[in-house]
Design a protein. Structure first.
Length: 309
């Protein structure tokens, strides 16, 4: 339920409301640009559409230039702390947090002023160009063609540059009937104006498949009406065999696709990704969040995405 496809850069909110282009959280606005993929759930983004998305986003940023690559073992200045369980007697609440280089908002750029409506994360891959989010953030009866990713985003700045998809992969079971057990999408991305792969610039979260269901976990995401991320820590639990549950207040629209991270390093802000906010009820509500379990189906999807072009 959490993506709102015109979650706005703060200075434009009132103007856009006046224009009446705010949309409901469960679907794209009328006229949202969509394209069909193939039967496997693969979509190859057209270069012209990707370039248009990058140009639109850069037009509202304060510093559209990409940062130079940094050594991946160098401590980052603004990494989140390691995850820790909260008291079971008092469920936690999300609070404003420092950005993490490998996590950022996913912008939709073709419906007025570019606006972020979901969150995505860089994950390790052989080519170093892979991002993960929720399938419902990128596919709504077709693949969104106006996506741009800004890792480490804060206050209208994109310190690690603007990145656009070259391809998107979802499970065909999500495309067929929005199966909540397959609410995961992998995007291969490239820099808007050339440069090294995103993983060399931001670092990447490690992926873990078939993770333990009960682990201290941190969720970091971008509410669609905020210019900084929020973070929450608690211990996940199984929600049946195919979902993870994470109890925390204050993870609103815009945090769909946010990483479920374990073993977060205090120095780099990077951790092990075991899920993305989505799944049951397309993410849950403002008290309880869910993630599709990263079992064999998600592993196959990851492997397909890394081979795609």
């Amino acid at each position: 339920m959490r993506p709102t496809h015109v979650a706005l850069v703060s200075v434009t909110v009132l103007a856009l409301v006046a224009l009446g282009i705010l949309v409901a959280s469960r679907g794209p606005a009328a006229g949202a640009p969509l394209a069909a993929g193939d039967a496997t759930g693969h979509y190859r983004q057209q270069k012209a559409a990707a370039d248009a998305a990058a140009d639109a986003l850069k037009g509202v940023l304060k510093n559209p230039r990409q940062a130079a690559p940094a050594p991946l073992n160098a401590p980052q200045q603004a990494g989140p702390a390691d995850a820790a369980p909260a008291s079971a007697a008092q469920p936690p609440s999300a609070a404003e947090a420092a950005p993490s280089p490998a996590v950022g908002p996913l912008f939709y750029t073709a419906e007025g002023v570019p606006a972020h409506g979901c969150t995505a994360s860089v994950v390790h891959s052989p080519a170093g160009d892979l991002v993960v989010t929720a399938a419902h953030c990128v596919y709504m009866d077709g693949f969104r063609t106006d996506l741009a990713f800004a890792p480490g985003y804060q206050d209208e700045t994109a310190p690690y540059g603007v990145w656009v998809p070259t391809s998107i992969d979802i499970d065909p079971e999500w495309a067929a009937d929005r199966d909540p057990d397959h609410d995961v999408a992998f995007l291969r991305v490239r820099p808007a104006k050339g440069g090294p792969p995103v993983e060399r610039v931001t670092g990447a979260e490690r992926l873990r498949f078939d993770p333990p269901r009960e682990r201290p976990t941190q969720v970091l995401g971008y509410p669609n009406d905020e210019e900084r991320p929020v973070s929450c820590r608690n211990t996940t639990a199984g929600e049946g065999d195919t979902q993870l549950r994470f109890d925390c207040e204050g993870l609103p629209n815009g945090t769909s696709g946010s990483p479920f991270l374990t073993d977060v390093d205090r120095g780099t802000g990077l951790g092990t990704l075991v899920g993305v906010l989505g799944g049951k009820d397309e993410g849950g509500d403002e008290e309880t969040s869910y993630a599709s379990y990263f079992g064999p189906a998600v592993k196959r999807l990851y492997e397909r995405a890394t081979r795609s072009s």
